[in-house]
Write a protein that binds this ligand. Sequence first.
Ligand code: ZN
Ligand code: ZN
Length: 676
Amino acid sequence: MSQTLLCRQIDQVNVLVFVCAFAERLFITIMAEISLTLPSGEQKTVPAGITVAEALKELVSNKERKQTIAARLADRLVDLSMPIEADAAFAPITVDSPEALEILRHSAAHVMAEAVLALFGKEVQVAIGPAIADGFYYDFDRAEPFTPDDLVLIEAKMQELAAVAAPFRRETMSAAQAIELFEKSGQTYKVELLRDLAADTVSLYRQGDFVDLCRGPHLPHAGWLKAVKVIKMAGAYWRGDENRKMLQRLYGTAFFDPKDLKAYLYQLEEAKKRDHRKLGKELELFAVADQVGPGLILWQPKGALLRKIIEDHWREEHYRNGYELLFTPHIAKRDMWQTSGHLDFYGENMFSAMEIEEVSYQLKPMNCPFHIAIYNTRKRSYREFPLRWCELGTVYRFEKTGALHGLMRVRGFTQDDAHIFCRPDNLEEEIFNILDLNLHILKTFGFESYEVYLSTRPEKSVGSDEHWEQATAALKLALEKKGLAFEIDPGEGVFYGPKIDIKIKDVLGRSWQCSTIQVDFNLPERFVMTYTGEDGKEHQPIMIHRALMGSLERFIGVLIEHYAGAFPVWLAPTQARIMNITDAQSDYAEEVYAELRRAGVRVEKDLRNEKLNYKIREAQMQKVPYMLIIGDKEMEAHQVTVRLRNGDNLPAMSISEFAALIAGENEAGRTGACNS
Ligand SMILES: [Zn+2]
Ligand SMILES: [Zn+2]
């Protein structure tokens, strides 16, 4: 081996050693730094293993950091104490983030459980405590029921714990260790949850003396709970199972800002005052009777009148917009429900069959097959399209007794239904027309703020790709043409076609699902519907299902709460109440009453021998828009003095002038002029 060769070999060894050392250093450097991608797209390098809180110090301003309670790391929400081990997308969750309230409220639930255990000791078992839409709850198993005084104590204890500001600490351990821990403290519900979880490792959160099985994340410490309220209690079965134990559920809510809590509690109070069940009773609009059965609404005279006004308005508007009116029966042969697919897909919502002359019949849960039966009474041609058929159709659906709620959730209700049969190329225009009528009618009732959703094809569905694409595009175009902002709900369409849902916002800002517009490729197929096209061949029509108000019952429930029972004049079942000051004006009052009724004014009389102030107060309680007061002066002048429900007075006027005033208000209401 020559000298040079040897040298070269040594060199190579040296180089190799050098390269290895460099690589090792490089490797260590790679291991020790990770890259975080911020919401702006900017990438920042931080040491691996650093906690979220430490990373925030390097990544965001002090001001933002102080408002940060958690972070989104990749797709996961994590605590500030969580170490970051790998490259990831990173976003701070500040108090203004949409996810922040849920973290606050879930943490509040833990603190509520801590407070309950601190106050009521070992006799209490804790079950589960999630955040929900407007707050949070926690379920407790305690022999003695909580009293309203207890709720006050619990809230005070929570505030006390918040002031201590104990940190929420995350621990992970094996499920077996966690089971042992909860068995030791006698928390059998947690043990059951852990056994069912069948996980190897689980996370627990500890704050103060309280420990809970929990995925997290949580607030850094309880001191963030500056605005917390325990609201009410209710019974709730363990795991929603009526065969398991009934637990006591305590509801609460929490906000970052005490001002927000105050506003929420005010709204809650307002909602209570406006509760349609309470007002329905006070204003004698509707009732339910044990003898008749739950969820079956009895419309009292005033409620029936209100409903008639709404129905008349609805029918007139539809007729004017090219709809024809239908009436169909309440029962149909079971066979029809087999063909429609309702028995297979909707059977559990239907009432049991009844036998008539050895044939099975069923109460209708929907009106659609009846309208199809009318379609199929004869051959149809493209020339008569689009067919727009509407019906205020009463349907019956099974709901569990526990789910029933006033007018909002019932067993028998009247849908403001319509079906449109048309060609595929009519679709966009028809949807546009429906939206137009829909928004117009909602506006006449005082609703002008909406949330609109377009739901697209779900995984399980019928119909061709081409049909789905066409129909979805038509719905979208119609929404855009109408200038409506909407959100897309991917995969949330019905199995038979895409749909548009419209939620209305009431005066308290609450959303109510009312209108729905659904394209259907399924029923025309099932019922072998056809029409003769321009080409002389048979085709399958497109079917659109559509409801504007949803159901009359529910819509009237929403109306009662929206107006707090003080309906606008055109809707008020009683528009005016006549009151005499003394018996001396009785005859004249009767005359006014008869004349106004003849003029179409919805008028009542209160000619009792009572003080005028008493009569006025009663009329105000009944939210009657106009009080017509008659004394000697009015009698002599052949006039009435008009008092408004807010206490203001109009100048005295003649009977015909008052009738004209009402006619004007009716017109303004029906056309929506008073709401623009
Ligand atoms: Zn938790
Ligand atoms: Zn339908």
